[in-house]
Each structure stands twice: as C-alpha cells, then as structure tokens.
Design a protein around this ligand. Sequence first.
Ligand code: FES
Length: 197
Amino acid sequence: MRDYAVYPFPEVGAFVALTHVAATEQESDQLETLLSNCEEARDSLIPLLQEIQTQYHYLPEFALRRVASKLNISVTDVYQVATFYSCFSLEPVGKHVVQVCLGTACHVRGAPRVLDRMLRDLKLSAPGTTADMQFTVRSVRCVGCCGLAPVVRVDDNTHPNLTQAKVRGMLKRYQSKEACPADSADETADAEARINP
Ligand code: FES
C-alpha cells in the first residue's frame, strides 16, 4: 500500500489532498520516458497531462512539478490547466470511472435506486473510490442521452436503461476484464445509434 498525504502547493496557495509523497524509482523512469518524447514547448502541456493521467489514472504532484520544469513554465500554470479540465484528476481514481447520471430524466426513471445499488455492491457509503482502486463512482448531471434514461457511463461506455438488477452483472464484467468489455462496446454502439439514428 502506497503512502499518501496532504501535500501543499504553496505556489498557488492551495492544498491538494491525497497526492504521492514522492515518486518511486519506477514512476520517475516512466515519467522521464514520457517527457523525453515531448517538445519543450507550452503546447505540449495538455497532451502531456493527458498521457500522465492515462498512465497513473490521476496527476501526481511530483509529475506536475516535473512537467513545469521540463516545459519551463510555472507550477501555477500547470495546476490551473490540471484543475480546469474535468478529464484530469488530482486525486487517485480507480481503474474504471463510473458516472451515474442523476439529471432530471434519469432521476425520474430510477437513477437514485441504481446509484444506491451500485454503492452497496461496491461497499461504498458515498460516491468515491473503492479500497481496491478498481472503481471510482461519481454522480453527474445529464450525459446527453436522456432518451436512454437511466444512463450510467463506465469509462467511455454508455449503459442505457440501467436497472438495479443489471448493476451487479455490469460491474462484474468490468471486474473480470482488463479494459472495455465487448458487450459494453456493443451497448455503447447501440446507444449511439439510438441517439444519432
Ligand atoms: S438526464 Fe440523464 S442523460 Fe440526461
């Protein structure tokens, strides 16, 4: 189990919770490999952060500082970009990010019960990350396909018309496979076809 701690960012007058105290040797090597393939220009910032987010599933504090020094920009600038885009996270997130839509259409069609069931199955008392770092559950407002309500997004996959009874099976498919389960890809394609016939 890795050590985590509240770590200050004095440059921006903020405290960022739950970031690595320090990089391991392997993490440093991985980061240097990423950095060696990028141009030392500010334009490289967002693609670089995307690669780091993909690699670590969040943006560790040591990586933000190293990116700032590599691109010769301030930590404040890096932090502002890292906190502006919702695709970036400053806290460790699970291997799979589950977004349960609680927008109006999903809410009236049972989304709160789907969320309750999901939290119970994952042994979470509230939206957050499971102890085994497999899932991060978030509640969101409208993912743009209200006709398929209630909707849950897992990573890049859309699960339409979800019910409490389908939750466990859906989670199991992600638990047992490394990436996007084939049937979830089918569901996503099916959902997209129904949104854009
Ligand atoms: S309210 Fe859930 S997709 Fe719009």
